[in-house]
Design a protein around this ligand. Structure first.
Ligand code: ADP
Ligand code: MG
Length: 346
């Protein structure tokens, strides 16, 4: 038997390998592995959506600066975000935890206070889960169920050439928030008497610690009568996600740097850390904004939305997913994601 290192496949290669070994056979399985959520036929006007995500201590969060209440909220928000990315509405959740006696009852109460706050914010019910012991820190695994009108579902693979590329909110803030928290931690470990320097960084730190799923946008699109031709949530950075949309849709893309939404705080902080804000928007992670495409004819209906930026177009050349800089130069967009930025997340 030969032994193949996981690193030779990478995360996406491994998922693809699993995917190839399981072909759905049930007629109710409309979409299996490969989108933000699985899609199941219920013989009604709606599809059922199912998505699951796991957060692991030391990989996805560091309890030395992440409050448990925020962690609980985030664990729900990131799952709700995957339901939103199908143009769906979240309904129910299960939450499974692995923990050790390092955690007190009060600590777990805090975690669940955050989960409860998220259940209220997104109007979802916690309906089950599992509890087990863990020897490797805290684990939180959440499964979210949602629904979407069959006529209004948005897959990753529906974009067409000339569709307009849209992004909600702004990008890169969560990554800068993480850099600030990591810096504070390092400085605290060197000098425990030091006071935290995060007062004026609340936007960036908040985006890292308490991300919001953009269910508000799903209602906004519904009201405007716009169904995205494709959609994905931005968990790994714009580069990786636009490549997913293009690869699955068989399109190329042109993204204009000047239209990529980046908050002033992100710009300032990136300058301080001597990182390019564009690199962070492309390759940072955990923004949980939505990236979607619309038909040109729908532009009028949402062009005045304060929550949506129009950043470029899909093209008919799948080999050409490119960024057009402010100076007019063109660069191929490559997925670097977390690993490139020195994190082992995903
Ligand atoms: P997201 O970032 O939107 O959560 P992922 O990149 O984690 O999506 O997953 C992409 C697709 O692969 C999803 O359809 C997900 O359900 C599927 N997937 C991920 N890991 C596994 C696994 N171990 N077994 C089966 N499917 C998986
Ligand atoms: Mg997703």
């Amino acid at each position: 038997m030969t032994r193949t290192e996981l690193a030779t496949l990478g995360e996406f290669g491994l998922i693809e390998r699993i995917n190839q070994q399981f072909t759905p056979v049930l007629p109710q399985t409309i979409k299996g592995i490969g989108d933000d959520a699985a899609v199941i036929d219920t013989a009604t006007e709606e599809y059922l959506l199912v998505s699951t995500d796991m957060l692991v201590e030391g990989v996805h969060f560091d309890l030395s600066y992440v409050p448990l209440k925020h962690l609980g909220y985030k664990a729900i928000a990131v799952n709700v975000s995957d339901i939103a990315a199908m143009n769906g509405i979240p309904r129910q959740l299960t939450v499974s935890i692995g923990l050790s006696n390092r955690f007190s009852v009060e600590a777990i109460d805090e975690l669940y206070a955050g989960i409860q706050a998220a259940c209220e914010a997104y109007k979802v019910d916690l309906v089950g889960g599992d509890t087990t012991s863990s020897r490797s820190g805290l684990l939180i695994s959440v499964t979210a169920v949602g629904v979407v009108d069959k006529q209004k579902i948005s897959y990753r693979n529906g974009a067409k050439p000339n569709d307009i590329i849209c992004i909600t909110g702004d990008l890169g803030a969560a990554y800068m928030g993480l850099q600030l928290l990591e810096r504070e931690k390092r400085e605290f470990l060197e000098n425990p008497d030091m006071q935290p320097q995060l007062e004026d960084k609340s936007y960036l730190v908040g985006r890292q610690l308490k991300p919001e799923a953009r269910t508000d946008i799903i209602y906004e699109l519904l009201e405007a009568g716009v169904v995205p031709t494709s959609m994905i949530d931005i968990s790994d950075g714009l580069a990786s996600e636009i490549l997913h949309l293009c690869n699955q849709s068989g399109t190329g893309a042109q993204v204009f740097e000047e239209n990529v939404p980046i908050a002033d705080d992100t710009f300032l902080s990136a300058e301080e850390f001597k990182i390019s804000p564009l690199t962070i928007a492309l390759n940072g992670g955990e923004d949980y904004e939505l990236l979607f495409t619309i038909q040109q004819t729908d532009y009028e209906k949402i062009k005045n939305s304060p929550h949506i930026s129009f950043v470029g177009f899909m093209t008919n050349d799948p080999s050409n997913v490119e960024l057009v800089t402010k100076g007019g130069s063109r660069f191929p967009i490559k997925a670097q994601g977390w690993q490139h930025l020195g994190n082992a997340q995903s």
